[in-house]
Design a protein around this ligand. Structure first.
Ligand code: IMP
Length: 191
C-alpha cells in the first residue's frame, strides 16, 4: 500500500519508513507532486493535522497522514501551542521564539509544560487521530546544543537534562512525536 506522509522532511520520512512493515510504502509531498503551501488555519493541533491530511486525500486521492506539533505552557494558558513555529513572528526563528517564551514566563515559578503531537490519518475513507504528549518544564535558561526549536529550554519530566542535551535516539524514545508515531505504527501493523 502507498501511504503519503504530508511532509517534505526526508529525515522524518526515513525514520517512520524504517519502522513500518515493508508492505507500506511511504511517499513524501514531493513524491506526489504536491508543491503548494497548505495553510494551517486551525486553532488546534488536531485541526491543522486534519487540514493537511484532508488536502492530500481530497486533491490527490491518496491515503495520507499528517502531523502537527506544539509546545503548551500551562502558566501561559497553553501558549505558544498551535503557534509554536512562529511565536515571535515571521519568518520563524527558534532563538527569538525561545527568548519570547522565557520573557513571558519571566520569574514565574510555575513552569509546567508539555509538547504535543497530533497525527491525523486518512485511510480507506476513514479518519483516525493519534496524540503523543511529553510532559516537562521550561528551564530558566538555555541548556545544550542538540535538537531544534524549543529543545534547549525544555526539560522532560524525570530527567535532569534538556531535550537539547539528549541524543536523537534518547529523545525519540520519550518524545511527543515518537509516542504519536508509535501509536500510528502499532495501528498500521494490525490493519
Ligand atoms: P511541526 O508541527 O513539527 O512543524 O512543529 C511546529 C513547531 O513546534 C516547530 O517549528 C518547533 O518550534 C516546535 N517543535 C516541534 N517539535 C519540537 C521538538 O521536538 N523540540 C522542540 N521544538 C519542537
Amino acid at each position: 500500500m502507498k501511504l503519503v506522509f504530508a511532509t517534505n522532511n526526508l529525515n522524518k520520512l526515513k525514520e517512520v519508513q524504517e519502522m513500518l512493515p515493508e508492505s507500506i510504502e511511504l511517499l513524501s509531498l514531493k513524491d506526489i507532486g504536491c508543491f503548494e503551501d497548505i495553510e494551517e488555519t486551525a486553532t488546534t493541533l488536531e485541526g491543522n493535522a486534519q487540514i493537511k491530511a484532508n488536502h492530500i486525500t481530497n486533491k490527490y486521492k491518496y491515503n495520507c497522514f499528517a502531523d502537527d506539533t506544539g509546545l503548551e505552557v500551562m502558566a501561559l494558558n497553553g501558549e505558544p501551542g498551535v503557534y509554536s513555529a512562529r511565536y515571535a513572528g515571521e519568518p520563524a526563528n527558534a532563538e527569538k521564539n525561545m527568548q519570547k517564551l522565557l520573557q513571558n514566563l519571566n520569574s514565574n515559578t510555575k513552569r509546567d509544560a508539555h509538547f504535543k503531537t497530533s497525527i491525523c490519518l486518512n485511510l480507506d475513507g476513514k479518519q483516525y487521530l493519534f496524540n503523543g504528549i511529553c510532559k516537562g518544564g521550561i528551564l530558566t535558561e538555555k541548556k545544550g546544543e542538540k535538537g531544534f526549536g524549543y529543545d534547549p529550554i525544555f526539560q522532560p519530566e524525570g530527567y535532569e537534562k534538556s531535550f537539547a542535551e539528549m541524543s536523537s535516539e534518547e529523545k525519540n524514545k520519550i518524545s511527543h512525536r515518537g509516542l504519536a508515531i508509535k501509536k500510528l505504527i502499532d495501528f498500521l501493523k494490525t490493519y
